[in-house]
Design a protein around this ligand. Structure first.
Ligand SMILES: [Zn+2]
Ligand SMILES: [Zn+2]
Length: 581
């Protein structure tokens, strides 16, 4: 088991960097009011109320320079426990009312109240921190955004200042370089340039339109997973896009998921329907449609199911967060004695999928129950069984994992694959969840070997998560240069003149004789060759085959590889063999 980010030295360092920034802000802007300043995935931020003042890029530089001064002072960072009364007095002395007082009031009676101080600066804070400001050497302030106090639009808009910090200069520079690179790889820009997908305001926010190249990519991914699932004993099912509200009342989603649902539809018979936010209850009805014997289990029902969720418009982000998307969903109904094996099977499939996609850098996070939270359903006994099954699955499979208490779904623990992409960014993909709750709610059963009725356990899983999110990720990971098997167009044939188009067709047919599914296009546009090459290069097609008089005469193709550049003329059959193996 490895140390989670929240327990790491880096996390404490970034938290201390947030305090260093807050201290420097108060030195430069004595009237500023601090609110909260946590570490986040790749850095930290602090939300500050600057009153009427608007922060500029130049201010960021001044704050950063001040931070360097304070870091050089190497001030010890001191933890102190204080009484509630003293805490209020301190906050007043620092002129940090009212936000900090509100935060103080959130701390339950009886819990220890701590302040962390450095020099003249002191902040209500749970910690932990590094020993002194001198430990914070490799940092950079990044940008400014708006954020509402407590995330509530009814509250005052604050200024959120983002920064990052690392343990070494090298890591910081790599991160900053990757940030620049990420802008170039933005999947929204590449999606348009490569003809993958687009959004149109009249269609609606967060509702992607798949263009031909994107639809091909989507189909290639789906076919790959469907084939694999067939090999692994899944059964395909198809369910509708809307469903009666009664289904979601029974599943409990109407309570737990209501704010993510689109407004309800009432028809002329007075029935209320819901645009499907998740596939699970439909698959449950299919399981329930017949009496199941222990011999039939596990039942694995799979569907590329399109769901709709009402995400806040401010949270929509290209393909990474949309309102309509297709999950590579499946639900496994298993006997208790099958849980461990089935869980391992699902994790194995998820990892297999990631490797095939070239996403080889991943770690496993197990979301367990927070023992102090009351939101979870189901018995403690079942929770312990499920958590143990997930942990033993990881141990048996030799996976390095970290436990993340409080990250479970309300109905059961889960495992997430945390993928790192080519730019070192972490993506939460491939969730697998164990569920004792829905089988209970729907009174699911199977007849056991003993002739008695027993309750199956459900596993929810989606290796891609959604096609939209996965293709957004892959577009950025590969900067649009997809591997040969995934590329929407795999080979472009460029005849130099009209008299070479017949030969171009022969070249294409020679490939198709080997594999009729290869995605090959002949560029018959009337552009000059130079222009054709540039245009096809922009589409990041793995191979361009240029054919002219010499090629017709010698039975060759002049190959330009996306990775290796101009490879010159190659005998056609030999080239086909080298590509297809
Ligand atoms: Zn703090
Ligand atoms: Zn589900």
């Amino acid at each position: 088991m490895s140390v989670s980010y929240e327990q790491s030295r880096l996390y404490a360092l970034r938290h201390s960097a947030a305090h260093l920034m807050a201290q420097s802000i108060l030195q430069l802007f004595p009237d500023a009011k601090l609110t909260i300043g946590p570490p986040i995935e790749n850095g930290f931020y602090y939300d500050v109320d600057f009153g009427e003042q608007k922060l500029t890029e130049a201010d960021l530089e001044r704050i950063e320079a001040k931070m360097r001064e304070n870091a050089e002072r190497d001030l010890p960072i001191v933890r102190e426990e204080v009484s509630r009364q003293d805490a209020v007095a301190r906050i007043e002395r620092m002129h940090q009312t009212p936000y900090k007082v509100e935060l103080l009031n959130d701390i339950p009676e009886g819990e220890t109240i701590t302040f962390y101080s450095q020099g003249e600066f002191s902040d209500l804070c749970r910690g932990p921190h590094v020993e002194s400001t001198g430990k914070i050497s490799h940092f950079k302030l990044l940008n400014i955004a708006g954020a509402y106090w407590r995330g509530d639009v009814k509250n005052r808009m604050l200024t959120r200042v983002y920064g990052t910090a690392f343990e070494t200069q090298e890591e910081l520079e790599r991160y900053l370089h990757n940030l620049e690179e990420a802008k170039k790889r933005d999947h929204r820009t590449l999606g348009r340039e490569l003809g993958l997908f687009m959004f149109s305001p009249i269609v609606g926010q967060g509702l992607p339109l798949w263009l031909p190249n994107g639809a091909l990519l989507r189909e290639t991914l789906s076919e790959f997973l469907k084939d694999e699932q067939m090999k692994r004993g899944y059964s395909p099912v198809v369910t509708p896009n809307i469903g009666n509200i009664a289904l979601y009342e029974k599943s409990g989603h109407i309570i737990t998921f209501k704010e993510k649902m689109f407004p309800f539809m009432v028809d002329e018979d007075g029935d209320t329907h819901i645009l499907k936010p998740m596939n699970c209850p439909f698959h449950i009805e299919i399981y329930r449609s017949e009496l199941r014997s222990y011999r039939e289990l596990p039942v694995r029902l799979a569907e590329f199911g399109t769901v709709y969720r009402y995400e806040q418009s401010g949270e929509l982000a290209g393909m990474l967060r949309v309102r309509g998307f297709t999950q590579d969903d499946a639900h496994l109904f298993v006997r208790p004695d099958q849980l461990l094996d089935e869980f391992m099977g699902v994790v194995d499939l998820t990892i297999f999928v990631c490797r095939k996609l070239g996403l080889n850098d991943y770690r496993v996070r197990i979301g367990t129950k927070d023992p102090n939270d009351q939101k979870y359903v189901g018995s403690d006994e079942n929770w312990a069984l499920a958590e143990n099954a997930i942990v033993s699955a990881c141990q048996t499979m030799n996976l390095d994992y970290e436990l993340s208490p409080g990250d479970a779904a309300f109905y059961g623990p889960k495992l997430d694959l945390m993928l790192r992409d080519a730019l070192g960014r972490t993506w939460q993909m491939g969730t697998v969840q164990v569920d004792y709750s829905l089988p209970e709610r729907f009174d699911l059963e199977y007849v056991g070997e003993d002739g008695q009725k027993h309750r199956p356990i459900m596993i929810h899983r989606a290796p891609f998560g959604s096609l939209e999110r996965m293709i957004g990720l892959l577009t950025e990971h590969y900067a649009g240069a997809f591997p040969f098997w995934l590329a929407p167009v795999q080979i472009a044939i460029l005849p130099i003149a009209d008299r070479h188009t017949d030969y171009a067709a022969k070249v294409r047919d020679a490939f198709w004789k080997r594999d009729r599914k290869l995605r090959i296009k002949i560029d018959e546009s009337s552009e000059r060759l130079g222009k054709k090459i540039v245009m096809n290069q922009k589409l990041k097609i793995p191979f361009m085959l240029i054919v002219g008089d010499k090629d017709v005469e010698n039975g060759t193709v002049s190959v330009r590889s996306r990775e290796e550049g101009d490879l010159g003329p190659k005998p056609l059959e030999a080239f086909i063999a080298s590509v297809l193996g």
